[in-house]
Design a binder for this molecule. Sequence first.
Ligand SMILES: [Fe+2]
Length: 366
Amino acid sequence: MKIELSKNKVFFEDNGSKKEIHPFWLRERVNGESFVDKGTQQRLFDPTELRKNIEIKQLNLSEKFLEILFNDGVETKFEIQNILKEFSNVSDLNFIEKIKWDSTLNNLNNFSFKENIFEEKIMYEALLRFYKYGFVIFNDVPTQNNFIVNFANSIGSVRRTNFGEFFNVKSKPNPNDLAYTSLSLAPHTDNPYRNPVPCIQLLHCIENKVTGGFSTLVDGYTVTEKLKSDFPDYYKILTEIKVRYQFIDQNVVLEDWAEMIQLDENKRFRQVRFSPRLDFVPLMDKEKLELYYSARNKISEFFNSDRYRIEFKLKPGDLLMMDNYRLLHGRTSYDANEGERFLQGCYIDYDSTEGKLKHLKRKFNI
Ligand SMILES: [Fe+2]
């Protein structure tokens, strides 16, 4: 990647392809005290108010800098490195490659909590693990005074829902969700009926005195990629049909329509929604429904198979942070008469973790 000049034009050259950089693109990036606020890096001018026919009058390129005089009289000096950065994807989190895993995974991404962890390099490493594997576990996180909320707000901000700022997961009478029973919970993603679906779930173990009650995780990315290669017709229909997901209680009716496997603009995995107690497929041709049901059964078989599921016991102080767009979670059943099993949960959104990761990257010059 490099910058080249030719007759008052600036070119960006990468792998043999050479393209002119629009002069306006450069003009709206002018720096210096009268154009950009030093602290916030926000523009002090409105580029929509600039004249459109911006041209370059003079150019000078040295090893590190590009100096430009524009036809509206504005002069600026760019660091070449900063221009090149805009063309690379180094700050793009999509570039952190997802690592597929199944039941053979034995490193559970454990990190010890310490007081200032949110501003330390170890937090950067933990977040990187989170993006690679879809989950990370912090050990010895304080369990008093709903500390999960402090934890969440130290990474970003809690995403409040109708379950509250955070929720207590223990068996209780007349529950409005199966989570609040001692029944086993098959692997599922949370809240597929919300728009947007909460991105990340934190689950903090306060007490776990029962013999059962193991936490389970399945990598939805691994499973959907497997479906793609082994059962392409099933994969296709699950990425195409929008299903209605719904949640109803006395106070609210929540519903949203979405594909079970949602892809991004490049047809790559973006999100899985799987909660077979809450999904309602639209009425379609019998043959199409037949295919849909076969596909749903197959993916359910994969999600519930021992081959993909990891199972582990959270102990008091353990805080599991998982990607609700990628991973499915569940638990094994337990006997509530044996003692208390008490977890607290809350949600945060991706901008929290992305913002934190980028901040730590900048702070430690990584
Ligand atoms: Fe859940």
